[in-house]
Design a protein around this ligand. Structure first.
Ligand code: UDP
Length: 373
């Protein structure tokens, strides 16, 4: 049993916890915090104003004010680092600096250059959970520096995500991997296994171009199957464009729902469709679907392709190939829903994720590397 640690989590600044703007980071952060608290650890979460979670006791979340940074996904790679002021990211780290002596480890969940850059300036070690693949030259440089100066402080969720970073590929070619791997897990007791699908398809995620919802709309038109859509509406113009482009698709959008309601609707569907246009770092919704017994049909791109066992827990098809998605839909009867649930239980429990996290954090706390100045 690892000794109890005191953890300070710095949340993603892109939106309040509970809004869905932070994608899978929100669920991961809250799940891990809850699981650590249940094991007797101390956890404080610094998060944007308006953050809330029914799963965390009062007083765990501390609200920090300021303006969020732009979404990294909508920026150019060579975009200079820029922050609106008063900057939420800066304020989060200012508060972390004030509190640092009370904690043994600071865990950064944000994907902002400043969050990585500041690693050097903290007396308490800062560990980083990198939630997306390579999107920005400035972030890549900051990560490369951390990998060099503080080995073992960078965690990613999948091999595919790690491979998007040029510096990591170079190091891997030389036999060194700069990353620790932390596949995500969920509290399986919160996902009800549903033995039969109702014929509908489901698509879950932020509605934003990198998520490729248009391909699922094209699939809906091609197959005539209704698609239930759940998730945060990040880009309303993009959604409108899809509606206009695929008028015959039966798209039933229900908004962003709490996990309990989301899993109830998802669980009755015949498949989850994942059509990412970017290298998805993990794809937590794939695990959530499997936990309900729902097979996943995904492109062979990014984290979901590492989660889904082709022909066993769903189908993995060539990226951007809507006809291949349609063929996979026809073959859903070959997938046993009980096997999907079993796969989630074997590999993606919250307990397994917590243990992986604790092993990582223990290594850092026991072997903190002096800051290079
Ligand atoms: N989600 C939710 N309610 C919804 C739709 C989605 O809570 O109605 C959550 C889902 O549980 C997951 C996240 O939104 O945690 C999406 O995460 P994912 O890793 O799939 O993609 P990301 O948005 O991080 O790229």
């Amino acid at each position: 049993m690892p000794r109890t640690y005191r953890f300070l989590f710095v949340s993603t600044p892109v939106g309040p916890l509970g809004s869905g703007a932070g994608g899978g980071v929100e669920l991961n952060l809250v799940n891990l915090a809850r699981s650590l608290l249940e094991r007797g650890a101390q956890v404080r979460v610094l998060a944007p104003e308006g953050s809330c979670s029914v799963d965390l006791p009062e007083g765990v979340i501390e609200a920090v004010a300021g303006l969020p940074p732009p979404y990294a996904q909508s920026q150019r790679r060579d975009q200079p680092v820029c922050f609106s002021t008063p900057s939420l990211v800066a304020n989060l780290w200012q508060r972390a600096a004030q509190l640092q002596e009370q904690f043994e480890l600071i865990v950064n969940w944000s994907y902002d250059w400043l969050s990585f850059y500041l690693t050097d300036f903290f007396r308490t070690p800062v560990a980083h959970i990198v939630s997306m693949g390579s999107l920005s030259d400035a972030v890549d440089q900051a990560l490369e520096r951390i990998a060099r100066t503080y080995p073992g402080r960078l965690a990613v969720h999948s091999r595919a995500q790690a491979q998007t970073f040029a510096f990591a590929r170079a190091q891997m070619a030389a036999g060194r991997d700069p990353f620790v791997y932390l596949p995500c897990g969920v509290d399986l007791s919160r996902y009800e296994f549903v033995p039969e699908g109702n014929g509908s398809l489901c698509w879950v995620g932020r509605i934003a171009p990198e998520k490729g919802l248009e391909d699922c709309a094209a699939l809906a038109e091609k197959t005539g199957r209704p698609v239930l859509i759940l998730g945060h509406l990040q880009d309303p113009a993009y959604w409108q464009q899809i509606r206009e482009q695929y008028p015959r698709a039966q798209l039933d959008y229900r908004g962003f729902l709490p996990t309990s309601q989301m899993q109830r609707l998802l669980g009755h569907c015949s498949a989850l469709i994942m059509t990412p246009k970017w290298v998805e770092a993990f794809g937590l919704v794939a695990v959530e679907a499997l936990a309900c017994g729902v097979p996943v049909i995904t492109y062979r791109r990014g984290g979901p392709a590492e989660i889904v066992r082709d022909g066993e827990t769903g189908w993995v098809v060539e990226p951007d190939d809507v006809a291949a998605l349609a063929t996979a839909v026809e073959r859903l009867d070959q997938i046993a829903r009980s096997r999907c649930r079993q796969h989630a239980e074997e590999h993606y429990s919250l307990q397994a994720m917590t243990e992986r996290f604790l092993a990582w954090s223990e290594q850092i706390v026991q072997d903190p590397i002096p800051a290079a100045r």
